[in-house]
Write a protein that binds this ligand. Structure first.
Ligand code: ZN
Length: 388
């Protein structure tokens, strides 16, 4: 292996940092801290071990380059990975370079980002536009509360702008959808299946509500953001989405159950107030319940606001110019369809974009995950252009 970035990536992939087991965290963090020191960054480690209280170590490594600039740029990455799963054709914890790709768990998501950022900082540390804080966190794959959430929350690290280096290479992501998750519950009367006339079965009623929600799904799908969807999406603009994702009822074949439930996940436009979407859902549900005459309840379980960094903001413009110097023309701006850790920065008023080397077909979270070498090096170059 020749390049600096691939040598770093090889070392990082070799350490299994499975976020479900939280193994390898300390080892990986210390390798990253060592690399940071080698290229002249000042290293701080923040571990929430005393707050979390489960005795597990979660070192957040922050490497600082202070050139006395006015603004501090945060480069947000994570070193934890999802479990390898079954069916790999290669060793998930040994980086294998083949045909322009490097395979391994985390090769794309998100160890490529750490390697590319270290590469960029090792080259451009002499002169720059920003002070830089390279943040490598654990626990991103399990929500980020004790990773970047802790670094920006309890540690209160100060940033003026940020890049979440954990995204795709063909678009600059400036927003993400809000999320509303909840449950629809239908009550019935339990009874013997031989005597259905003495019971009240909630299952067909729930099925009727689910069927009726097709109209709501279409209503939401017709709502379009002003922001573009990622390349390859079925619509040009980010659109409203609603999916039933879990379903449950009953314990035994011969018992009519007393209740039935379905859970859902609704994705709100990045530029849509989440309260409006919430009332639209509640209103639709109320009407349907009335129309169908079903005793049902809508319960909201979880909500996450989306975010949108204005496309015209100076930081977004600067980032686009960095992509233009690498690719010959600026990359398109868009919003992610899934989650995005930009929310941790955006919710604190920090302008943020997400960008990375995780191309759509790289099987991140799947088997035989890989990163395209060209995406790894382009990412390094975009970061270099941004900070120089
Ligand atoms: Zn990731």
């Amino acid at each position: 292996m020749t390049s600096y970035e691939l040598r770093v990536l090889e070392e990082l992939v070799a350490i299994n940092t499975d976020s479900t087991r939280k193994c390898g965290y300390e080892e990986c963090a210390s390798v990253i801290a060592g690399k940071m020191k080698e290229i002249g960054l000042k290293v701080d480690v923040y571990d929430p071990v005393d707050i979390v209280g489960d005795g597990k170590r979660r070192p957040n490594v922050v490497g600082t380059l202070d050139i006395g600039a006015e603004e501090t740029l945060g480069l947000v990455t994570h070193y934890d990975v999802v479990p390898p799963g079954e069916g790999w054709h290669r060793d998930p914890f040994r980086l294998t370079v083949e045909g322009g790709r490097a395979y391994g768990r985390g090769a794309a998501d998100d160890k490529s980002a750490i390697a590319a950022c270290l590469g960029a900082l090792s080259k451009t540390k002499e002169s720059g536009k920003y002070n830089v804080k390279l943040i490598a966190s654990p626990d991103e794959e399990v929500g980020g509360r004790w990773g970047i959430g802790y670094v920006l929350g309890e540690v209160a690290l100060k940033l003026d702008c940020g890049v979440v280096v954990d995204a795709m290479p063909d678009m600059v992501c400036i927003g993400a959808s809000g999320i509303i998750q909840g449950e629809i519950r239908v009550r019935g009367v339990q009874g013997h299946a031989g005597y259905p006339h003495r019971a009240d079965n909630p299952i067909p009623k729930l099925a009727a509500i689910i069927k009726d929600f097709e109209a709501f799904i279409r209503q939401r799908e017709s709502k379009l953001s002003k922001i573009d969807a990622p390349p390859g999406s079925p619509k040009n603009k980010v659109w409203g989405r609603f999916s039933f994702t879990m379903l449950g009822s009953g314990e035994k074949e011969n018992v009519i159950p007393p209740k039935a439930w379905a859970r859902f996940d609704m994705r709100v436009l990045p530029d849509e107030p989440i309260a409006e979407a919430r009332s639209e859902l509640a209103e639709y549900f109320r009407k349907k319940q009335e129309q169908l005459g079903i005793d049902a309840e809508l319960k909201l379980l979880h909500e996450d606001t989306g975010f949108l960094t204005p496309p015209e903001s100076p930081f977004v413009q600067r980032f686009r110019r960095a992509t233009a110097s690498v690719f010959g023309k600026p990359l398109p701006l868009g919003a992610s369809l899934g989650g995005d850790d930009g929310k941790f920065l955006a919710s604190r008023g920090i302008p943020v974009v997400s960008y990375g080397a995780i191309a759509e077909d790289t099987r991140f979270h799947g088997t035989d995950e890989f990163v395209y070498l060209k995406d790894l090096f382009n990412l390094r170059d975009v970061i270099s252009e941004l900070i120089k």
